[in-house]
Design a binder for this molecule. Sequence first.
Ligand code: PDD
Length: 284
Amino acid sequence: TTAYLNGEFLPLQEARISPLDRGFLFGDGIYEVVPSYGGRMVGFSQHFARMEKGLAMVEIAPSLTEQDTRDICQHLIDSNRETLGENIGVYLHVSRGADTRRFHAYPEGVQPTVFAFAFALTAPVNADRTIHAGAKVAITQDLRWQRCHIKSTALLGNVMHFQQGYREGNAETILFNGDGQITEASSSNVFIVKDGEVLTPPLDNQLLPGITRMLVLACLQKAGIPHSESWFSVDELNSADEVWLTSSGKEILPVVQVGDKTIADGKVGPVWEQAFTLYSKLKF
Ligand code: PDD
């Protein structure tokens, strides 16, 4: 497949970066994953805006405009569609760049590394809206850092949490904080439905401001489905009528089992179906 590295398109296998790149040595970088369907990106400007914010927070000077970035992503989608199919995710990555030494302080005058590549999206639910059987997920205390609102490429904490669930056959690992409140999952945001109201934790440093989360909230708002950004506990999650996870890769994934607890009757719920139908309209 064709990838993008520092101003040029090239075959992915030929892309090379320095081992001194701070993205490699420190996980010192910011990334995005933008989904596309039939050649059209969903939420590109929101993804770009989040990336710019993240870069500003870690003081990496953005080297590409929104239009340049959009053009790069679109080119990767168009040139890889034949190989990867209709549903493509674009991974976008900006690291602080390669310094001549390994020194913690932000170096001066270093050119950020910009890398992007396309991969096939395998959404949990087919485009023809085949009903999903519902996923099984793990749950554990969130042991990551306290800056989870930054989409950092330093993902070891997330990777360890994901692996913990994956090892036991789970699709994800839901996380709760020291107060027993759900924050998010290792690579997605969490929603529950209780008595007809959809709840998702409010944005703060404990969770990523997911673009899918934002788009789903907008869909619910538009359709007049009751919803609120509020904290909920592990107990409230366990006794919810529905549990969903959202991310650019998962879209809206219905969850029917959390640890050893079955959610409601163990079947995918009607509010998920409504939300998924609404969200799908953004795709086609
Ligand atoms: N993960 N929370 C975390 C910790 C994430 O890593 C992600 C996305 C989300 C959902 O964000 P969005 O809706 O913007 O994709 C929430 C990406 C897809 C990944 O690392 O592959």
